[in-house]
Design a protein around this ligand. Structure first.
Ligand SMILES: Nc1ncnc2c1ncn2[C@@H]1O[C@H](COP(=O)(O)OP(=O)(O)OP(=O)(O)O)[C@@H](O)[C@H]1O
Ligand SMILES: [Mg+2]
Length: 461
């Protein structure tokens, strides 16, 4: 039964309306003044509120505002005296659905109410439907049954709708970006942009203009005014990926946007205000970076309002079977093949593997399994084979650790693996050397040394 609140200081009118509406089948509550109405609205949700505009103390405008802010979907009808069309117009601007001018016909009121409630039903259903779709599309991709991941999902669900900043930490490939997307698509912002920026892939000066935009002529190459990604993301979410790699000067500017919600374009003199939800991610230990002075402490605390720590896959091996099945199905569907089955031994091998590259490594492996599997079942030794090849994808013989009478060429073997890993790391980092070096836990110098040793050319700094 739909709930209606009638607010009028005139007892006669109040009674006529209540009786008529009760008879039609609504649950009606009626109160004689605005104060009581406001109090009730803070406790209960009504489908529709009919309020007189002119009342002593708390007037109908106030009732309207409170009703709308308590529940935007509540329909509000205002009653005005014949002479006060202005206030009726003002009430419509404030979100009233319609107004009734005294004296009015009971039939007329009934019709308006029926239409208003019908419209409300449709919008609420729409909102629910949209949310449902959004949550399906974003959560359906996030798989995990381990307690750690269940906790992550819980946080995502709880904080999606808030505006608080989120900081997602976790090793490479643990799903940071996927979680950031899930937050966005489960929030009220889902219809507006989700803008991802990789702060480590862009040089500092470019990053500033990427984020905040620039004015024509502010630097060589700034041939026109350009909006930054914060402007593009207005109303939505900006995902600041690899935030741990930002320079001090970018960090100061980010701090300002977070604190003031405004910024200036490069070369601009005007403050630009935006409403953007900030989600940042890093695979660095930011606490350590704060301690050694490479990351601003104030920025860290501003970002870490809602911390999400994604555990590495090897610490939640319970998720591996589920993830493996999820990827098997996805890649089979994408390539139009029947879904192969993994034997228990195959699953055993997967669960026991160390997964340094986390979910991404598992995903890549399953993609290969699907691409190359010709039989319907995948055995443990198939998986072993693929795991080795994933370390040394181009080696002809794979890596055999069997030491037979004829012996092995240790140097050749090790060099081969080293070279292939260097290339793989570069490819995985889109040939950004700094990133590739990090994947191999090498400092810049020893990484460069190895590139020279194996005559690997190309790549960016
Ligand atoms: N829980 C999960 N369920 C399903 N797929 C996942 C999950 N976590 C990660 N993935 C998949 O693994 C891959 C890596 O995830 P993502 O890019 O979000 O990781 P990341 O932490 O941002 O990695 P990096 O630090 O390397 O950028 C993606 O293809 C993603 O779809
Ligand atoms: Mg990422």
């Amino acid at each position: 039964m739909e709930k209606i609140l009638v607010v009028d200081d005139e007892q006669g009118l109040r009674d006529v309306l209540s009786i008529m509406l009760k008879r039609t089948g609504y649950a009606v509550t009626s109160v004689a003044d605005g104060e009581e109405a406001v109090e009730l609205l803070s406790k209960e949700i009504f489908d529709l509120v009919i309020t007189d505009l002119r009342m002593p103390n708390v007037d109908g405008m106030e009732v309207l505002k409170v009703a709308k802010s308590a529940s935007p979907e509540t329909v509000v009808l205002v009653i005005t005296a014949f002479a006060s069309a202005d206030s009726a117009v003002e009430a419509m601007k404030q979100g009233a659905y319609d107004y009734l001018t005294k004296p009015f016909q009971v039939d007329e009121v009934q019709l308006i109410i029926r239409n208003a409630l019908e419209k409300r039903r449709l919008t609420t259903e729409n909102i629910l439907l949209k949310r449902e779709m959004a949550s399906q599309s974003s959560f359906a991709q996030l798989v995990g049954q381990s307690e750690a991941m269940q906790r992550v999902f819980e946080v995502v669900r709880k904080v999606a709708d808030s505006k608080s900043n989120v900081l997602i930490c976790g090793e490479s490939g643990t799903g940071k970006e996927l979680v950031a997307r899930a937050i966005h698509y489960n929030s009220g912002r889902s219809a507006l942009p989700f803008v991802a920026v990789n702060c480590s892939a862009v040089p500092e000066t470019l990053l500033e203009s990427e984020l905040f935009g620039h004015m024509k002529g502010s630097f060589t190459g700034a041939i026109s005014n350009k909006a930054g990604l914060f402007e593009v993301a207005d109303g939505g979410t900006i995902f600041l990926d690899e935030i741990g790699d930002t320079t001090p000067s970018i960090q100061v500017k980010l701090l300002r946007v977070i604190q003031e919600r405004e910024f200036r374009r490069v070369g601009g003199h005007q403050d630009i205000k935006v409403d953007v939800r900030i989600v940042a991610a890093t695979n660095k230990n930011l606490e350590k970076a704060v301690a050694d002075g490479s990351f601003r402490e104030d920025l860290y605390y501003r970002l870490d309002v809602i911390p999400i720590r994604l555990p590495p896959l090897r610490l939640r091996s319970g998720d591996i079977p589920l993830l493996a099945k999820h990827f098997l199905e996805r890649f089979s569907k994408e390539s139009g093949k029947p879904v192969p089955t993994l034997t228990p031994e195959a699953m055993h091998v997967l669960v026991g593997h160390e997964w340094r590259g986390n979910v991404r490594e598992l995903e890549n492996l399953i993609e290969r399994v699907v691409a190359f599997s010709t039989e319907g079942t995948v055995t443990g030794s198939d998986v072993e084979g693929w795991l080795h090849r994933s370390v040394a994808p181009q080696s002809q013989q794979g890596v055999s650790l069997d030491l037979t009478e004829e012996g092995v060429d240790l140097e050749g073997l090790v060099n081969g693996i080293e070279k292939e890993l260097l290339i793989k790391a570069l490819e995985q980092s889109k040939w950004v050397k700094k990133k590739a070096a990090r994947l191999l836990r090498l400092n810049a110098r020893s990484f460069r040394y190895r590139l020279e040793k194996y005559a690997i050319k190309g790549g960016r700094d």
